[in-house]
Design a protein around this ligand. Structure first.
Ligand code: HEM
Length: 404
């Protein structure tokens, strides 16, 4: 009976969503951001391009967000202090708090009140970012190269004699997970478990059509991960190692640099941000090369082009499609008035295809010069792991080409 009601409720929700899509099409010259349509799933860029040419900042009924698909505006919003990431400050926060309370998610509520740096504005953002940056200096990341190469070779050794293998399962998933676990000082035997949690965590952020079961699974994984870090951190308090978690423990003990909740949030952020995205870069990149065989052959014969090809992969098929910013105060932007707390979806994928930023943006070209993309973000929150992701994917492509 319960499952009948749940299915019925889902059908109603999808019906309401479809009505919004029709309404959006009526108000936006036939354009709608219909996340579950085959058209959008097959080629989301077509929608972003239409949105940009209609209005570079376009309100979508289906998401209740203002979508920004023009590079100039996207960069400005990611850089400018008038746009904030801290959703605790805005009316939307009350809804989130109520949802956590209703679902009995105390740990999630606590973390919501003590978010990771990704969701913090200055001065808290700058305080935590400074600490984390110590673990990501160029010198340190470059020194990891031989170890990354060894991890890639080990992954590929396992499949070398097979007729075929699964690029995602056999290389793109384990590689960044093993690297980040090593940097953080997490035991190797926990790899499978925290990868499973990370995957479960992401099933709950699918939006419309996400089942109640998936939302629960995602919440359970989130709480399990926080408990996992809590245990590791507490057990290492007396003898912190030389790894990333050890450095965070020392910083916490030194006083006002970082509190314990911020520490859990930072660990969770690094774990999640550090591997799912790189998996997608390697997967999307290889998929795009398979669809451009001539460029694949050219790359196989010219390894020195791999770094530029990776930038083009990032631009063309970004692993993260969008990020959100809020109007810090009532404001006028591009001639329009927005109220404090108005949420904007900065469309990374849309901005990367803006013809004002890149000529012929819908063409994939590994020889493209002066590639402009915001796939690692822009401004104060720009990705801390960008150089790590670049090294991991470069070594992955080099080794794949060498062997296959
Ligand atoms: C291809 C791989 C990756 C992509 C596409 C990517 C993308 C991004 C983007 C778009 C942001 C900015 C979000 C915003 O402004 O709202 C970001 C931030 C961040 N990324 Fe990455 N990322 C990748 C890999 C990594 C790796 C390997 C790590 C660490 C191991 C990492 C750690 C972070 C952190 C800590 C932040 C937050 C920075 C801040 O708020 O100041 N990322 N990433």
């Amino acid at each position: 009976m319960k499952s009948f009601f749940s299915k019925f409720k889902n059908l109603l929700l999808i019906g309401a969503y479809k009505t919004l899509v029709i309404f959006e099409k009526l108000t936006n010259k036939g354009i709608a951001l219909d996340f579950i349509s085959k058209d959008y799933i097959d080629n989301p860029y077509k929608t972003y391009n239409l949105m940009r040419s209609h209005k570079p900042i376009l309100f979508s009924q289906t998401t209740r967000l203002h979508w920004v698909t023009k590079m100039e505006f996207a960069q400005e919003m990611l850089r400018d202090k008038r746009f904030s990431v801290d959703d605790r400050k805005y009316p939307i926060a009350e809804k989130r708090r109520k949802e956590f309370k209703k679902a009995g998610r105390e740990i999630m509520l606590e973390q919501f009140e003590n978010p990771s740096m990704l969701k913090l504005d200055p001065p808290d953002h700058s305080r935590i970012r400074k600490l984390v940056q110590y673990g990501f200096t160029n010198r340190y990341i470059t020194s990891l190269e031989p170890e990354i190469k060894k991890i890639v070779e080990d992954c590929l050794d396992k499949v070398h004699n097979q007729d075929s293998f699964d690029l995602i399962e056999d290389l793109a998933k384990p590689l960044p997970a093993i690297v980040i676990a090593k940097m953080m000082g997490l035991p190797n035997e926990d790899l499978d478990q925290f990868q499973a949690w990370s995957e479960d965590l992401l099933v709950g952020v699918g939006g419309i059509g996400t089942s109640k079961e998936d939302i629960k699974k995602s919440g359970d994984a989130y709480e399990a991960l926080i408990r996992y870090f809590e245990e590791i951190i507490l057990s290492r308090k007396n003898s912190p190692g030389d790894d990333f978690i050890g450095k965070l423990i020392q910083a916490e003990e030194e006083g006002d640099k970082l509190n314990i909740k911020e520490m859990y949030g930072t660990c969770l952020l690094l774990l999640i941000a550090g591997h799912e995205t790189t998996t997608r870069l390697i997967g999307n990149g290889m998929f795009t090369l398979f669809n451009h065989q001539d460029q694949m052959m050219h790359l196989k014969n010219n390894y020195d082009l791999i770094p530029n090809a990776i930038e083009e992969m990032l631009r063309y098929e970004p692993p993260v499609h969008a990020t959100v910013r809020f109007a810090e105060n009532d404001m006028i932007y591009d001639g329009k008035t927005y109220k404090r707390g108005t949420p904007f979806a900065v469309s990374i994928a849309g901005a990367n295809r803006d013809p004002e930023a890149n000529a012929n943006p819908n063409e994939f070209d590994i020889l493209r010069e002066d590639i402009k993309h915001i796939s690692f973000g822009y401004g104060p929150h720009m990705c801390i792991g960008a150089s790590l992701a670049r090294i991991e994917s470069r070594i992955a492509f080099e080794s794949l080409f060498e062997r296959f």
